[in-house]
Design a protein around this ligand. Structure first.
Ligand SMILES: C[S@@+](CC[C@H](N)C(=O)[O-])C[C@H]1O[C@@H](n2cnc3c(N)ncnc32)[C@H](O)[C@@H]1O
Length: 218
């Protein structure tokens, strides 16, 4: 099934309909193709949230590595139901990547992994040189919610087809670019590694006195 226009990829109705019939589809790259790079980034971390997993093998393969606690998520209830049945060993949760803090507690994860999920989110940006205001707001929400559910110094790892200058100007100061890795496959893909910006936390500890009920997690 192919959408009438590219912007359809940003609509949950499109994905629900697609996942009613689609059993397997791997976007951009297989796990085997990116495994070594991913493990190089995620090595030593424990709690991993995969967003927009779809029918990809990504979450399952990460869980099978045996060193991570993996939560797989997608905003399509249809695919979450399907994958929960197919992969009962993985924890499946319905969650919108732009509203993660409505589902997960603050500082829940060491890393969030997104393979082509934000690519779908920005598919209705219009002119990539001048993305529309709606897309900018949606990406700002994605960054803010990623920051909330990541622990201090936590990572957002994005496997993406979006070119560097377009991706970088959409992201907000909630996350700081740590690294970009070129993937010489397909049309040329990228792995963006963003680190949670902890500047606000530091301000809180140095310049203001938290209330007594305030709990601070390192
Ligand atoms: C291009 S597919 C990528 C699927 C899979 N990650 C892969 O690499 O094969 C985009 C996926 O992101 C999901 N998605 C799109 N927007 C989302 C959002 N705002 N929150 C959560 N999932 C979203 C779609 O339902 C779909 O599963």
């Amino acid at each position: 099934m192919s959408p009438v226009e590219n912007g359809a990829y940003s609509k949950v109705e499109y994905w629900d309909e697609r996942f009613e019939v689609e059993e397997d589809y791997e976007w951009l790259a297989s796990y085997a193709e990116i495994r070594d790079v991913l493990l190089g980034i995620l090595g030593g971390l424990k709690k991993i949230l995969v967003v927009g997993n779809g029918t990809s093998e990504l979450a399952l393969k990460l869980a099978e590595e045996g060193m991570f606690e993996v939560v797989a998520s997608d905003y399509s209830e249809v695919v979450v139901r399907k994958m929960r049945q197919r992969q009962p060993a993985v924890a499946w949760v319905t969650a919108d990547a732009t509203k993660l803090a409505e589902v997960f507690a603050a500082s829940s994860f060491d890393a969030i992994v997104d393979k082509a999920a934000m690519d779908a989110v920005v598919s209705d940006e219009g002119d990539p040189w001048a993305p529309n205001e709606e897309t900018k707001k949606t990406v700002a929400a994605l960054c803010a919610h990623a920051k909330r559910v990541l622990r201090r110094d936590g990572l957002l790892v994005q496997v993406s087809l979006q070119q560097k200058h377009f991706r970088q100007r959409l992201m907000t100061n909630d996350l700081k670019l740590h690294n970009v890795i070129d993937l010489p496959m397909g049309l040329g893909y990228f792995i963006y590694v963003w680190r949670r910006n902890n500047d606000d936390d530091r301000q809180l500890t140095t310049s203001s006195c938290p209330p007594s009920s305030f709990t601070y997690s390192h």
